[in-house]
Write a protein that binds this ligand. Structure first.
Ligand code: GLY
Ligand code: MN
Ligand code: MN
Length: 434
């Protein structure tokens, strides 16, 4: 659990980067109606949450470094005795100060009156330009209100800066407590993968495996970090398959891409295994090739290596395997240069991971791949997809394998946060035997 002090520290760091004469203003994410009188489960905007830990809609966060006293301010809903009868406890302004470390908090109903006063005298407004049109318009209105009120000489800010990139760069490097949350999230996902492996049987439907996964998450106060992909047989080869409604047959592989979200932090874990619990010779060949590619890629996840290096390692191993299996022809150099392997391995090998599954942070700066640094977290997820419609020899068709783990970059080398999910052929077969 991230403590209040860490949120305060993040806000101070952001104020320092934004500059002395700045004002930073961020809006919470609106609550969304699902249908009729029913809302979607509320999830705060990840940047807003990163800076506040505050999980309610209708809130505005304001940071003003050049102010004495009240620099960190939250506008939020005041506790409404009628509303809490229906929806339960609310934080309220007093709670925002007492439990979220804000210097001051005001009722959101006062935002239109108070924000022009806070903006006055600041030179630069930092906000997430273009992400919420309604909020952008409101902000323009607050700035305009200063002009109107002062009349002759405007004291309104003249500089407007997008702050998203600054926050995203902060989010890229995980603190010790964030890593602990991410480890917990990965452990929960791993326990769900174990439960799915233990319960998997020919004749079951993919959604029955999904039920085992959700059971395991919910009893650990967690939920899905994305709609799980549970694809058997030819569905192995559909990258974004989420229908999960096919019966799983004896002799098929099932690809399960299923992560957890714990205290807002995501894990993203994929395992592929035989529905009947025992790899056939051909399934094993394919699986062990992807496993080798993943291992070669993980070896490249080192401080100072570039973002592309681990992808290139995976692509090289996969390409050599495709040649060895006579699925592709030519030399290794040709396959890599002409990228013919992308017929069977069509995605990159990973992405940043954090509050979002595909987390924020640059992959390239000035056209150069970024270097891996200490305490960034990423996925390593090579795959091989040989669909029934492919040109591969018939004996390989209808199988797909992806293996995905969550990796923390450290000075001592890669740390696999999701290592508790069984992965070798022997580990998987043993888990499935029960
Ligand atoms: N589960 C989404 C991904 O692996 O990127
Ligand atoms: Mn992923
Ligand atoms: Mn995934």
């Amino acid at each position: 659990m991230i403590k209040t002090n860490e949120y305060i520290k993040r806000r101070k760091q952001l104020m320092k980067i934004a500059g002395k004469n700045s004002i930073t203003i961020l809006s919470s994410r609106p609550a969304l109606i699902r249908n009729g009188d029913v809302h979607h489960y509320y999830r705060q905007d990840s940047d807003f949450y990163y800076l506040s830990g505050f999980n309610e809609p209708e809130a505005v966060l304001v940071l003003i470094p050049n102010r004495t006293g009240q620099q960190q301010i939250l506008f939020c809903r005041e506790v409404d005795p009628k509303k809490i009868i229906w929806d339960g406890p609310m934080v309220g302004t007093q709670g925002a100060v007492d439990n979220y470390g804000f210097d001051a908090a005001f009722d959101i109903k006062e935002v239109d009156r108070r924000l022009p006063l806070l903006l006055e005298g600041c030179e630069k407004v930092c906000f997430k330009i273009g992400e919420n049109n309604e909020f952008d318009q409101k902000l323009a209105g607050w700035v305009k209100a200063i002009d109107t009120r002062v009349g002759e000489k405007s004291n309104a800010p003249e500089e407007f800066m997008s702050i998203s990139h600054v926050i995203h760069d902060m989010r890229l490097y995980k603190s010790h407590t964030e890593i602990k949350c991410m480890k917990k999230s990965a452990d929960i996902a791993a326990s769900a993968h174990i439960r799915m492996m233990q319960n998997c049987q020919p004749g079951m439907y993919e959604f029955e495996l999904q039920a085992e996964y959700q059971h395991q998450l919910m009893r650990q106060q967690s939920h899905s970090s994305y709609p799980p992909i549970i694809g058997s047989g030819e569905n192995n080869n559909i990258m974004h398959y989420i229908n999960n409604n096919k019966q799983m047959l004896d002799g098929e592989l099932v690809l399960v891409d299923a992560g957890a979200e714990y205290d807002y932090y995501a894990s993203d874990v994929t395992r592929t295994y035989p529905v009947n619990g025992k790899f056939s010779a051909r399934q094993k060949d394919l699986y062990e090739l992807v496993l080798q590619a993943q291992s070669d890629a993980i070896n490249e996840v080192q401080v100072g290596k570039h973002w592309i290096d681990f992808h290139e390692a995976a692509a090289k191993t996969i390409s050599q395997g495709l040649l060895d299996f006579k699925i592709l022809q030519g030399s290794l150099d040709e396959v890599l240069e002409e990228k013919t392997y992308t017929q069977y391995y069509m995605h990159m090998t990973g992405h940043w991971l954090g509050l979002d599954v595909h987390d924020v942070g640059d992959y390239r700066v000035d056209d150069l791949w970024v270097e891996l640094e200490e305490n960034v977290v990423l996925t390593v997820e090579p795959g091989l997809y040989i669909s029934e419609n492919s040109k591969a020899p018939k004996k390989w068709r209808g199988m797909g394998v992806r293996i995905e783990d969550d990796i923390q970059v450290t000075k001592k080398g890669p740390v696999i946060l999701s290592k508790n999910a069984p992965k070798t052929v022997a580990e998987i077969e043993q888990t499935m035997r029960g």
